[in-house]
Design a protein. Structure first.
Length: 158
């Protein structure tokens, strides 16, 4: 099986970047698991692993420092398209994110970007509704202490 090309599309800032250095370590009809180094390394963030939950519409990532210390779990609400003709996935970041810290603290971020994306026409009301429902589902999983099921998709492949 030939591995597909992966792209990350952002609405704010508007960009679409090939994830050419991401390595797909597992994929099936439901998930794609990748390992990667930060596109734009930050003070702490160096590398990580991500699991795209295709049917559910979110990506769960494990962020590490250079010495492989866990920073936190970062969850993106996403949508995707797949082109069979060129074997390409384009993952669109739907703005809302959830951070789960090692101590269990949960933080929802970037909700303010919904307004900017709606006002600029980069996000439709229908897509906003989809994003909010996916965010709600993800938070329900986290608050019901079932997040480890999502984490396991990464941890069993590290």
């Amino acid at each position: 099986m030939i591995k597909p090309l992966l792209f990350r599309k952002r609405l704010i800032p508007e960009e679409c970047i090939e994830l050419k250095d991401d390595v797909i370590i597992y994929m099936d009809d439901n998930i794609i698991v990748t390992k990667w180094h930060a596109l734009k390394p930050k003070k702490d963030l160096h590398h990580g692993l991500s699991c795209y939950f295709l049917k559910e519409g979110y990506k769960v990532s494990k962020f590490y420092t250079q010495d492989h210390t866990l920073i936190y779990w970062y969850c993106d609400i996403i949508d995707y398209s797949y082109s069979e003709s060129d074997n390409t996935y384009v993952f669109t970041d739907l703005l809302a994110d959830v951070i789960v810290y090692p101590d269990g603290f949960v933080k929802v971020v970037d909700l303010d970007e919904f307004t900017e994306a709606l006002d600029s026409g980069r996000l439709s009301v229908e897509t906003l509704k989809v994003a909010l429902l996916r965010l709600s589902t993800l938070l329900d999983i986290i608050y019901a202490d079932k997040f480890e099921k999502l984490q396991a998709e990464i941890e069993t492949r590290e």
